[in-house]
Design a protein around this ligand. Structure first.
Ligand code: NAI
Ligand code: MG
Length: 499
């Protein structure tokens, strides 16, 4: 890990973007200051240095943004045909493609993911825009038969739900915001986005590009600020019809409570403690790096990270040793280090949280095989932690029950398929999971047996919006991806026509 860093300099456009003294809110197509005039700092987590100042919105700004979104929803945007919205999404696709290098650099600088990772997300991001462009031309109600006397025709119409509040997390906003943005633009809804205070910049740059692509004023607004102020105001605002939220289960509960005022529709993607089950017959050349990156990717800051790696007992010690070798071989570095495979955690707060779990793991009697401290050779005061492997973990330890959101992998031995399924399900969460085996029947038994919103077989973490993913149990509800996704941005109106 102690290699010479080859830091790449941000491009001209990125430099120009970051030169701004202060990033305003984006309301009704304009960049504006917050009502209070207050701003907050956003850091480069690779160095611990201030990257930019961002406007700190409060309930007054949220109110202004919601009114703009409502006016846009009731205004000309309502008359846009599906083809016009689709054409807008194609223009957005082209602009995002042209500006992608800049967007990737902004994202890496602001949230710490290595530039290799953000650059590699290009095709995923563009595919998402194409997916939603296609969806905009596939909204359809039905004509249905009925048992009414006389000659009555019955049909259903799909209509956009209205103003959507999108509360975006910091662990990959450049791509993540598109689950909301894409559906809003495809469905004819309007939106107020509240990016996470730790990583707002790629969202702010994206809405500027949307404006350039011809998005009418007010259709998408962005209020940056603190979660408990701006986020809470958005979640409670009576002018918001629907909330899409990704984040912690604790905050998700608050969103549900805040939704009761005007019975908001919700889509929640919350925490996870996903099981990754490795059988002795698995191809370990694939399973070792696959399971390792199922946890370490994005420094463990992924909701469906496969943090509980259940390994058949006969190979558990070999597997632990190999996964630790793999972990040691990963190059950790600053986000603009072209060769870095893992970057820092998002913040000092998350670093403290992850380090405290590593401490807890050792106290609980788990065996620390590698990592557990700051990696050597990384310059600066960034929030780094080396990829960490615990062996001899039992499923009732806190490190196996609670979401750590850092690069911490637990190896838990098991003896039978039934035991692996039972242990895999012994969690309050139900987001992701995987199974590694050459035996297709056994793989399918596990797929059927584990209660999660997504299962991978002999791979981990693949996502395509055409099928998407989602959560069950305390990992949330509401589709992300597939045809069901857009449907949650629409409501159904039944129509009875006496002919
Ligand atoms: P968080 O859930 O508090 O933050 C996510 C988003 O919610 C941010 O935009 C934040 O500003 C907003 N928010 C915070 N409080 C709010 C409130 N009362 N009302 C409305 N919006 C609010 O998560 P946080 O504190 O950043 O991270 C803590 C833990 O949450 C992590 O360690 C991780 O376990 C989990 N998390 C999970 C994510 C996922 O992808 N499932 C993403 C981010 C965090
Ligand atoms: Mg930042």
């Amino acid at each position: 890990m102690n290699q010479q860093a080859s830091l790449i300099a941000p491009g001209e456009n990125t430099e120009r973007f970051l030169l701004r003294e202060n990033f305003g809110l984006f309301i009704n197509g304009e960049v504006v200051a917050s009502a209070s005039g207050k701003t907050f700092e956003t850091w480069n987590p690779s160095t611990g240095e201030v990257l930019a100042r961002v406007s700190e919105g409060d309930e007054r700004d949220v109110d202004r943004a919601v009114r703009a979104a409502r006016a846009a929803f009731e205004g000309r945007w309502r008359g846009w045909t599906p083809y016009e919205r689709q054409a807008l999404l194609y223009r957005v696709h082209d602009i995002v493609e042209r500006h992608f290098d800049e967007l990737a650099e902004i994202e890496s600088l602001d949230m710490g993911a290595p530039i290799s990772r953000t650059r590699a997300s290009k095709s995923a991001l563009l595919k998402m825009i194409l997916f939603f462009a296609a969806q905009s031309a596939s909204i359809a109600g039905q004509t249905v038969q009925n048992g009414l006397p006389g000659d009555v025709m019955t049909l259903s119409i799909k209509a956009p739900v209205g103003v959507v509040g999108g509360i975006i997390p910091w662990n990959g906003p450049l791509v993540g915001q598109w689950w909301v943005l894409g559906a809003v633009l495809a469905s004819g809804c309007t939106a107020v986005l509240k990016p996470a205070e730790d990583a707002s910049l790629s969202v702010l740059r994206t809405v500027e590009l949307l404006r350039e692509a011809g998005l009418p004023a007010g259709v998408v607004n962005v209020v940056t600020g603190m979660g408990h102020v701006a986020g809470a105001a958005l979640a409670a605002h009576p002018g918001v019809d629907r909330i899409a939220f990704t984040g912690s289960t604790t905050t998700g509960r608050k969103i549900i409570e805040a939704s009761t005022g005007n019975i908001k529709k919700l889509q929640l993607e919350l925490g996870g403690k996903s099981p990754d089950i490795v059988f002795a017959d698995a191809d370990l050349d694939k399973a070792v790096p696959g399971a390792a990156m199922g946890v370490f990717a994005n420094s463990g800051q992924i909701c469906f990270a496969g943090t509980r790696v259940f390994v058949e007992r006969s190979i558990a010690s070999e597997f632990s040793a190999r996964v630790a070798d793999f972990a040691r071989s990963i190059r950790v570095g600053q986000s603009m280090d072209a060769d870095a495979q893992l970057g820092p955690l998002i913040s000092g707060r998350q670093l403290d949280r992850v380090m405290s779990y590593i401490e807890i793991g050792s106290q609980e009697g788990a065996r620390l095989v590698c990592g557990g401290q700051r990696p050597g050779g990384v310059p600066g005061n960034g929030y780094f932690v080396a990829p960490t492997v615990f062996a001899d973990v039992s499923n009732d330890m806190r490190i196996a029950r609670e979401e750590i959101f850092g690069p911490v992998l637990s190896v838990i031995p098991f003896d039978t398929v039934e035991e692996a399924i039972a242990l895999g399900n012994q969690t309050e969460y139900g987001l992701g999971g995987a199974v590694w085996t050459r035996d297709i029947s056994r793989a399918l038994r596990v797929v059927k047996g584990i209660h999660t919103g997504v299962m991978w077989v002999n791979c981990y973490g693949l996502i395509d919006p055409m099928i998407g993913f989602g959560g069950t149990k305390q990992s949330g509800y509401g589709a992300k991806g597939s045809n069901a996704h857009l449907d949650t941005y629409l409501y159904t109106k039944s129509v009875y026509i006496n002919t």
